[in-house]
Design a protein around this ligand. Structure first.
Ligand code: HSE
Length: 433
């Protein structure tokens, strides 16, 4: 094929599971990609930490180098797939400073330093793309940046971590404990040897910060994202939820908050959702992002949230966009923070809660518990009573109406002081009702 323009030079930083697939697809699909873009995409270098490391894919040896700087400075478009904050941040800044467009899948970096990098890109007339940073193969960044740019988004709720979704799903379907399900996730390669980033919700919190910023045209510092992981979820909680018609998911939720919607709350925590909610159908290690927009209504974006080949698809989508912009010139897709909604603490939200209490099974106890709910302005919707762990104990499962998080915190502190309450066994927020 006769391309109208000189080849666009592509530099790749990192050749792990995603990077090696990007390189493979770039090489295998070279002709087709050239036709789509209108110019050849020439992979000019692959920077790696160790040239001799074993890789999933056979890559051209002459392209592999340990000199990242020469790859960056010799490229029109730089694809950063090394991960982590440093040296990835220094590399991206170097590329943007040189006027190269940058594509990254680095959610931790974008969540922590996205504004700084976007400002730098604007300063140098370059563009930063990060479709692969949230939801792997799922197109969600571009829909928020572009397709929904004319709408008003009210809420985004996502299952954005496949490892935790796999673990919760296993616990639900097999009755396994958290530890057993985690071991299985590790054996299958979903969970890392150190699973902290996934099971404690850090990975999902980074993704929540990115989604919140884009959906609400505001800055959401990752340290302001409320975060609870799934390590204390028990098979009994999941079973109790199921009997009541709910499933437990680790959700990343971003929504307007504050008295006049002047603020924004992003939170990650285990959440009960009704079994007939579209997110309840997201099983195994899959991801999905559910968007509620004023005009578009309810939308769900679903697919593989991780995986080398799958994530490479999102990277190549960004690459085609970046390459077309490179040829056409002018600004690409920009992010605006003009709405400037204030990042509020989780206490600013209203939601429903399921609270499980172990109480002494004696006359008057239910009334005393009910009074504490009323005194703290938390309205009860339903109460179910089952036998407790001892014959003189009862297990109360209370579903509340929508209540403020702040009121709920006060209530739980009061319940813990009630001598008839042996234990506040579980407090889980309920969404999607
Ligand atoms: N650890 C992530 C997950 C992979 O489990 O979803 C991609 O961010």
């Amino acid at each position: 094929m006769q391309a109208a323009y000189r080849p666009i030079r592509i530099g790749l930083l990192g050749a792990g599971s995603v990077g090696s697939q990007v390189a493979r697809l770039l090489i295998e699909n070279r002709e087709e990609l050239a036709k789509r873009v209108g110019a050849e995409l020439e992979l000019v270098g692959i920077a790696v930490r160790n040239k001799n490391a074993k890789r999933d894919v056979d890559l051209p040896r002459e392209l592999i180098t340990e000199d990242a700087e020469s790859v960056i400075l010799g490229s029109d478009i730089v694809i950063e797939l090394a991960g982590g904050i440093e040296p990835a941040k220094t590399w991206i800044k170097m590329a943007l400073n040189a006027g190269a467009d940058v594509i990254t899948a680095n959610k931790a970096l974008i969540a922590a330093h996205g504004s700084e990098l976007t400002a730098l890109a604007q300063q140098f007339g370059a563009q930063l793309y990060y479709e692969a940073a949230v939801g792997g193969a799922i197109p969600i960044i571009r829909p928020l940046r572009a397709s929904l740019a004319g709408d008003k988004i009210n809420r985004v709720m996502g299952i954005v971590n496949g490892t935790t979704n796999y673990i919760l799903d296993q616990m639900e379907t097999t009755g396994a404990s958290f530890e057993d399900a985690l071991n299985e996730a590790q054996a299958l390669g979903y969970a890392e040897a150190d699973p902290t980033a996934d099971v404690e919700g850090f990975d999902a919190a980074s993704k929540a910060a990115i989604l919140a910023g884009l959906a609400f045209h505001s800055e959401m510092p990752v340290e302001k994202v409320y975060r609870e992981g799934i390590t204390s979820i028990t098979a009994l909680q999941i079973e109790t939820a199921r009997q009541a018609g709910y499933t437990v998911k680790l959700l990343a939720i971003c929504e307007r908050a504050g008295e006049n919607g002047e603020g924004l709350v992003a939170r990650v925590h285990p959440t009960l959702i009704p079994l007939d909610h579209p997110l309840a159908a997201v099983r195994g290690a899959y991801n999905a992002v559910f968007v509620e927009a004023e005009s578009a209504g309810r939308l769900m974006f679903y697919g593989a949230g991780a995986g080398g080949k799958e994530t490479a698809s999102a990277v190549l989508g960004d690459l085609v966009s970046a390459a077309k912009r490179h040829l056409a010139g002018g600004p690409g897709l920009g992010d605006s923070t003009h709405a400037d909604l204030e990042a509020l603490p989780v206490q600013a939200i209203f939601t429903r809660f399921q609270i499980t209490l172990e109480v002494v099974d004696q006359p008057g106890v239910l009334a005393s518990v009910a009074k504490q709910f009323a005194d703290n302005d938390v309205s009860v919707e339903t109460v179910a009573q089952n036998a407790g762990t001892d014959s003189d104990l009862a297990l109360l499962t209370v579903m509340t109406h929508s209540a403020s998080e702040a009121a709920l915190e006060r209530l739980v502190a009061e319940l813990a002081k009630n001598s008839s309450v042996k234990k506040v066994s579980s407090v889980i927020r309920v969404e999607g009702v």
